[in-house]
Design a protein around this ligand. Structure first.
Ligand code: SF4
Length: 370
C-alpha cells in the first residue's frame, strides 16, 4: 500500500553514540525503556533487560540510586545484548562507578552534582570510556531559581534548565549529549521540545513523563510524541507507562510504525468487528499478537471479519484472511490461495507469516550482498 507520509523532514542533528547505537544524524529513531527491578538484584534486572531487548529495545536505562546498584552495572553490561544507560541523580561517584564498569551512557544533570571539579571528573570518565550523557530535564524537578523566575514550571523554564546544563558540558568541550524535556502535560512537553529544537543541534530524547497506565499513557505519548515526530523532531524515545516496561517498547514502536518512521515486526491490520464477523476476530488477533511477537520483519497481515472490507485489505498485504461462510479465504501476496476453517486460522496464519518473514530476510540478504 502506498505510504502517505505525514512527517516533515527530520531535523538535522549531530550524531552521538550509546555504545553501538547511533542517535541522531541519519540513524533510525531508537526506542528505549527502563528497568523497574531493584538494580542490585542482578539476575532479576538482567532478565528484564533481556526481555526488553527481545521486544526490540535498542538500549535500556537502569537506575543507580546507590553504590550497590552502580557496581551491579558491571555484570549487567556484560550480560546485556543492548547498550545500557545508568540513571544517576546528585552523586557523581555513582556515575564514575557505573562508567568504570562499562556503562555506555549516563543520564545525569551536570548542574545537580555539585562542584565544577565533580562535573569535570564525570566528563573525563565519560570521555575516557566513550560514553554519552543525556541531560534529562523534568518539569517536576526544575531548579528553584527558575521556578522563582517563571513562577511555575513552563516550557521556557524547561529549556533554560536544559541550556544551563548544556553550557556546563560545552565549557568542558563535551558534546556527546542528548537532551530530554519531559512533563506530564502533553502541551508543555511539545512546546518545550519545539523551543529547544530551534536552539541546539543535539539529538533529542522524547518522552511524556508520568503519562499513566497502559491505555492513557499510550494515548498521551502517541499524541505528544506523534506531534513532534511529525514535525521531524526526535531521535530516540521512551514511552513512560505505569505498566510492564515491555509495553513501553511495544507502544514506542507502534508510534514509529504509524508514522512510517520505522518498521518493526508484523503489522496487523484488523477490523473493529461487528455482527457480520464470520469468526472471532478479537480472539484470533490476540493470539496472533502473542504468537508472532518473535518476528522482526515488517510483514503486513490483514485479518478481517467479512467480505465487506476483507478482499480490499487482503490485496494490499503479504498475508490476509477474510471471514466467509463455509470457510474463510486465505490470501498470499494479495491473491486468494485456499480456505481455512475456524480451528486452523491461527496456526495457518502463523505459518504463512513465518514464511513471508523468511522470504523478506532472504531478499534483504541477497540485496545487501549484490
Ligand atoms: Fe464488520 Fe466486516 Fe467491517 Fe469487520 S470488516 S467490522 S466484520 S463489516
Amino acid at each position: 500500500m502506498a505510504k502517505h507520509l505525514v512527517t516533515a523532514p527530520r531535523r538535522p542533528t549531530r550524531a552521538i553514540r550509546v555504545g553501538s547505537v547511533v542517535i541522531g544524524g541519519d540513524a533510525p529513531i531508537s526506542v528505549q525503556s527502563m528497568t523497574n527491578t531493584p538494580t542490585r538484584d542482578i539476575p532479576a534486572t538482567a532478565r528484564q533487560i533481556r526481555l526488553l531487548a527481545e521486544a526490540g529495545a535498542d538500549m535500556v536505562r537502569v537506575s543507580c540510586p546507590d553504590m550497590d546498584a552502580a557496581q551491579a552495572m558491571g555484570p549487567l553490561v556484560r550480560e546485556s545484548q543492548v547498550p545500557l544507560i545508568a540513571d544517576i541523580h546528585f552523586d557523581y561517584r555513582l556515575a564514575l562507578a557505573a562508567l568504570d564498569r562499562g556503562t555506555q551512557g549516563l543520564r545525569i544533570n551536570p548542574g545537580n552534582i555539585g562542584s565544577r571539579q565533580r562535573v569535570l571528573e564525570v566528563v573525563r570518565a565519560a570521555r575516557d570510556h566513550g560514553a554519552s550523557i543525556r541531560i534529562g530535564v523534568n518539569a517536576g524537578s526544575l531548579e528553584k531559581e527558575l521556578l522563582n523566575r517563571y513562577g511555575e514550571p513552563c516550557p521556557q523554564a524547561m529549556v533554560d534548565s536544559a541550556l544551563g546544563h548544556i553550557r556546563i558540558l560545552e565549557e568542558l568541550d563535551f558534546r556527546e549529549i542528548k537532551i530530554s524535556l519531559k512533563a506530564s502535560s502533553v502541551g508543555m512537553t511539545v512546546a518545550a521540545y519545539r523551543l529547544l529544537a530551534k536552539q541546539v543541534d543535539y539529538p533529542l530524547h522524547l518522552g511524556i513523563t508520568e503519562a499513566g497506565g497502559l491505555l492513557p499513557g499510550a494515548v498521551k505519548s502517541a499524541i505528544g510524541l506523534g506531534l513532534l515526530l511529525a514535525e521531524g523532531i526526535g531521535d530516540t524515545l521512551r514511552v513512560s507507562l505505569t505498566a510492564d516496561p515491555v509495553e513501553e517498547i511495544r507502544v514506542g514502536f507502534e508510534i514509529l510504525k504509524a508514522l512510517h518512521l520505522r518498521s518493526h515486526g508484523v503489522n496487523i491490520i484488523s477490523c473493529p468487528t461487528c455482527s457480520r464477523q464470520e469468526f472471532n476476530v478479537i480472539e484470533v488477533v490476540a493470539q496472533l499478537e502473542r504468537q508472532l511477537a518473535h518476528i522482526r520483519e515488517p510483514v503486513p497481515l490483514s485479518v478481517i471479519g467479512c467480505i465487506v472490507n476483507g478482499p480490499g485489505e487482503a490485496k494490499e498485504t503479504a498475508v490476509g484472511l477474510v471471514g466467509g461462510q463455509g470457510g474463510h479465504l486465505l490470501y498470499r501476496d494479495g491473491r486468494p490461495c485456499g480456505k481455512v476453517n475456524d480451528a486452523d486460522i491461527v496456526s495457518r496464519l502463523v505459518a504463512e507469516v513465518e514464511q513471508a518473514a523468511e522470504k523478506m530476510r532472504r531478499d534483504k540478504q541477497e540485496n545487501s550482498s549484490s
